[in-house]
Design a protein around this ligand. Structure first.
Ligand code: HEC
Ligand code: HEC
Ligand code: HEC
Ligand code: HEC
Ligand code: HEC
Ligand code: HEC
Ligand code: HEC
Ligand code: HEC
Ligand code: HEC
Ligand code: HEC
Length: 462
């Protein structure tokens, strides 16, 4: 361990010395340059890779320090997922023998960083058959598993390492023989949310912007027709009062008034850069001359832009900052398909996105808009990627989950939060297991059939 720490520290020193020299300017003035990284970071973290201190909270930090960093950001979601392999399972002396090959008490045993050559989906840096290290005897306990390769355990619709909320036996058995399509394909939470929208009749106050040379007629009109036309969310709430009026409000100006939305936004791929604190860089052993480059009140990382992304994006938006306004344009701040379809399609440019408008789900959105089917029957991008969730503080109140990554991977997470409102479990698992259906945004039927439910039924008979 001592040797590892020393090596780690010397490598860090090398990195820092290198940084301080030629690349000093690039680091903070052009943070996109990645030349000095020890190796490209994973899909999940590439946006914050230059904020070394978010993970390396101390220069001497090996296992435990990194572990604290990982848990600082991920503990809540793993807990919510009823993590099937939490650390507590491995600190149990009865399982000590299992740790000889993989020390699963530590995240970095399976999720290393800066190792692009060995990094698979979801930042996993182990071979696909690693379950064998601890479950070699599975076929003895479960004859149904005889002859299965260990590289198939965690394939679609079977098991996940952490999140098995849609895959454990009792759950599978509760959903036996469900029809492909529910009798009333409506998302209950969505319906509750829509029903709760009652624009209260209001007397809009006079807008309180300072007299200035700019033309605001159009802005004023939009604001007057928006939910913000109140004394509390007057122009000054976002722009500052009188002399302080700033034409470009801060990217985080919305946060205080819309906390549930901001909380989600800041922990997903759209807003994660804005959540990085300056201290994260300062705690890392930076050369003092580098620190001097950092302005006292400058936020460490600027908002994400499509140009910095690893996914395909429409060419004309590459330079745009991703903020709340990307989906809720100033000053209309509208909801509906403008936020839940048009905004998304204005940026994303992959096959899945571009096929969406040809899908049966979009046809349902059009029927909903025409009043042919009840509110909550349409399936927009946001229905799947930003479902409605009930507030913990105020039961009965639903808001939109603003973290697009919350149910994204492994994709079985989407089964419970979304598909099951309208489809049977077998249909949903099969659909999500067929990559071709994801590519064409769910046009047609799955070519794959997942056996998990059948296996659970047979297990009960045994
Ligand atoms: C998202 C978290 C994260 C960020 C951000 C991050 N690292 Fe790392 N880094 C890791 C992990 C995890 C390891 C692997 C530790 C292990 O294998 O025990 C690592 C390993 C290293 C190592 C040791 C190399 C090795 O092969 O063991 C160095 C040096 C390093 N990082 C430097 C940096 C620098 C410099 C930055 C910023 C430019 C940075 N890291 C940003 C998570 C991160
Ligand atoms: C500053 C907060 C932060 C720290 C520290 C951090 N992560 Fe993350 N991590 C994120 C965010 C944000 C994402 C992207 C959104 C998502 O996938 O949930 C992410 C993504 C991931 C993913 C990929 C998920 C996917 O779908 O591709 C894995 C795995 C992961 N983190 C593990 C770790 C491990 C292990 C550590 C410690 C070495 C760590 N994280 C440290 C915030 C953090
Ligand atoms: C023994 C290996 C192993 C260890 C240890 C491990 N993971 Fe994972 N992790 C995986 C695998 C495999 C996946 C891929 C998805 C799956 O099978 O659940 C994954 C996926 C993830 C994801 C993204 C998807 C999800 O399920 O939410 C996150 C975030 C994550 N791990 C964080 C962590 C953190 C934080 C730790 C440490 C507390 C950790 N992991 C420890 C193997 C591991
Ligand atoms: C480092 C050892 C280790 C590794 C690697 C490991 N497991 Fe486990 N797993 C355990 C232990 C310990 C338990 C709890 C005791 C038991 O059921 O054997 C467990 C339990 C389970 C369970 C029962 C779940 C529950 O909630 O009770 C499943 C399913 C499972 N593992 C699947 C997997 C899969 C799939 C992989 C590979 C992606 C894997 N495990 C990798 C140690 C491990
Ligand atoms: C809820 C917050 C909010 C409120 C309330 C608000 N604005 Fe804005 N305003 C913004 C944001 C955010 C931008 C930046 C928009 C962008 O970059 O797309 C902006 C931009 C502007 C601009 C610059 C436009 C341009 O094209 O450069 C003007 C002028 C302006 N607002 C005037 C007003 C006036 C006048 C009011 C009151 C009638 C008002 N705003 C109310 C958030 C707000
Ligand atoms: C001073 C508080 C305040 C600020 C700052 C603020 N809002 Fe609002 N916002 C409100 C209130 C109050 C409502 C109406 C009630 C509600 O929906 O929460 C509202 C409603 C909304 C709605 C729903 C619109 C509708 O038609 O129902 C959106 C979207 C929105 N705000 C986005 C933003 C964005 C984006 C920003 C930052 C540019 C922002 N807000 C800044 C107070 C604020
Ligand atoms: C201003 C452009 C923009 C808009 C608008 C936008 N996105 Fe994104 N989206 C991005 C960027 C940039 C990323 C991060 C890509 C990366 O880190 O490589 C991203 C990431 C994502 C991810 C995570 C992808 C992954 O692999 O982890 C999902 C899912 C997503 N967006 C869905 C949506 C949906 C749904 C909407 C509409 C409700 C939307 N986006 C609107 C630019 C945008
Ligand atoms: C990727 C697009 C996207 C981004 C970015 C985004 N929103 Fe939203 N927002 C939505 C969608 C979609 C809805 C739900 C629309 C509907 O159901 O009609 C929504 C709904 C809302 C609502 C209405 C209440 C609710 O929870 O449904 C508010 C308020 C809001 N957003 C504020 C914000 C704030 C503040 C930010 C920045 C922290 C933000 N949004 C960023 C897409 C986005
Ligand atoms: C019926 C549900 C559903 C609808 C509707 C939907 N998606 Fe997806 N989306 C998924 C699933 C499932 C995945 C794949 C997750 C996985 O397996 O990695 C995905 C993946 C993505 C990704 C990540 C791609 C990547 O390579 O990382 C983005 C970005 C995305 N969707 C955007 C959108 C946009 C934009 C729309 C609307 C035009 C949309 N989605 C409509 C379910 C949906
Ligand atoms: C709000 C209800 C709703 C939700 C949620 C929903 N769907 Fe659908 N889905 C429908 C409707 C309605 C159709 C169209 C049926 C028709 O036209 O016959 C459909 C069609 C489909 C089809 C095409 C079937 C065919 O025969 O062409 C697939 C595949 C599909 N959905 C998968 C999914 C998956 C996977 C999810 C979850 C990620 C999901 N759906 C979420 C309502 C929903």
């Amino acid at each position: 361990m001592v040797k590892k720490v020393t090596l780690f520290y010397s490598l860090l020193t090398v990195a820092v010395v290198a940084l301080a020299g030629i690349w000093a300017n690039e680091l903070f003035l052009e943070p996109e340059k990645q030349t000095f990284l020890v190796g490209e970071t994973s899909h999940g973290h590439h946006q914050i890779e230059l904020a070394c201190g978010t993970c390396h909270q101390s220069p001497f930090g090996g296992g435990e320090v990194l572990q604290d960093a990982c848990m600082g950001c991920h503990a809540k979601e793993l807990k919510a997922a009823h993590d099937s392999h939490p650390k507590s399972k491995f600190t149990d002396p009865r399982n000590a023998d299992r740790l000889e090959q993989i020390d699963a008490r530590y995240c970095v045993a399976c999720h290393r960083e800066h190792q692009p050559d060995i990094t698979r989906d979801m930042g996993v840096t182990l071979a696909t058959d690693f379950c064998v290290a601890c479950h070699l005897d599975i076929a003895e306990d479960r004859p149904s598993h005889e002859g299965m390769g260990f590289d198939t355990c965690a394939s679609a619709g079977c098991h996940n390492f952490h999140d098995n909320r849609a895959l454990y036996e009792d759950f599978l058995l509760q959903h036996v023989d469900e029809p492909d399509m529910a009798a009333t394909p409506v998302i209950a939470a969505m319906q509750a949310y829509v029903n709760a929208q009652q624009p209260a009749p209001k007397q809009a106050p006079a807008p309180d912007y300072p007299e200035a040379s700019f033309q605001v007629t159009e802005i004023e009109k939009q604001w007057l027709h928006s939910a913000h036309a109140t004394e509390d969310s007057n122009c000054s709430a976002c722009h500052g009062e009188g002399e302080q009026f700033k034409a470009q409000p801060d990217a985080l100006v919305c946060v205080d008034c819309h906390q549930p939305q901001a909380a989600g936004f800041l922990i997903g791929k759209h807003g994660m850069r804005l959540a990085v604190k300056r201290e994260a860089a300062e705690s890392y052993p930076l050369n003092p001359s580098l620190k001097a480059l950092m302005q006292p009140d400058a936020r460490l990382l600027t908002p994400m832009t499509p140009a910095q992304g690893r996914l395909p994006f429409k060419a004309d938006v590459h330079g745009e900052s991703l903020t709340c306004n990307s989906c809720h344009g100033a000053h209309e701040y509208s909801l509906g398909t403008s936020a839940s379809v048009d905004a998304c399609m204005g940026c994303h440019d992959d096959g899945h996105t571009n096929q969406y408008k040809a899908s049966p789900h979009y046809a349902q959105v059009l029927r909903e808009a025409a009043g042919e089917v009840p509110a909550g029957s349409g399936v927009t991008c946001a229905t799947c990627h930003m479902p409605k969730v009930e507030s913990e503080e105020e039961p009965g109140v639903f808001h939109t989950l603003h973290n697009q990554n919350d149910n994204l991977r492994p994709n079985e997470k989407m089964v419970r939060s979304v598909c099951l409102d309208c489809h049977g479990l077998q249909f949903a698992l099969d659909s999500l297991a067929d990559p071709a259906l994801i590519d064409n945004n769910f046009q047609g039927r799955s070519k794959v059939s997942i056996e998990s439910i059948q296996m659970a039924i047979e297990r009960v008979k045994e």
